[in-house]
Write a protein that binds this ligand. Sequence first.
Ligand code: KIV
Length: 252
Amino acid sequence: MLTSLSELPRRKASGPKLAVLTAYDYPTARMLDDAGVDLILVGDSLGMVVLGLPDTTGVTMDMMLHHTAAVCRGVKRAPVIADLPFASYRTPAEAVLNSKRLMDCGASAVKLEGGVSMIPQIRAIIAAGIPFVGHIGMLPQSVKEEGGYKKKGKTGEQIERLIADARALDEAGAVAMVLESIVPEVAMQITTLVKASTIGIGAGSGTDGQVLVTPDLLGSFPWFRPPFAKPRADVARETLRAVREYIAEVSV
Ligand code: KIV
């Protein structure tokens, strides 16, 4: 069970693999921490699975600050990573300013989407003393430019770009990087190439850890579930049952 980001290199070298989940509120964060999850991510998936937005591009800094603070109030042990949302890191100065605001809420590290093209922002964040987690592969904040959510690493050109992105993040000093929706063999290759811990989602089992959007694990967002997510509870069904039972009891 991780207590500090400084333990990441040892975990990469000797295991066990990292179990990472998202949280957006105090009770969930507190339960994940108590259950022993290694890292807690306040992801901008917040926009879709909590706030009902169509994608993550509508998530603002104010939303991220509000939810990061709530999560951090619930966590005693696990390092908390907070996402920089869409358009909050357009310049290195903006990236540093907004990263500091998330750290002031109690986060242990910040994450943003992108590789080589984001290196000036990432270097500025790390130079400001803020631990940084990368995110490459399928980038949800780019869904509009990309015209959908597309798996990465299927062509030689994509593989070269992913490896260049991973190397750039590693050289800049990222402590970890999320590999999202990447062909498993490519995710495994990146994992062996970089010093940083790789945390996969929809990228096979060859990474240093796995992350899931917690409502996908708990079955509490039944309207969409990615194919790789294995639900281990049916919170939506149990909620409907309890609410219908209450209605039947009260409405006599
Ligand atoms: O926003 C999020 O929840 C994420 C995970 C999918 C890695 O970035």
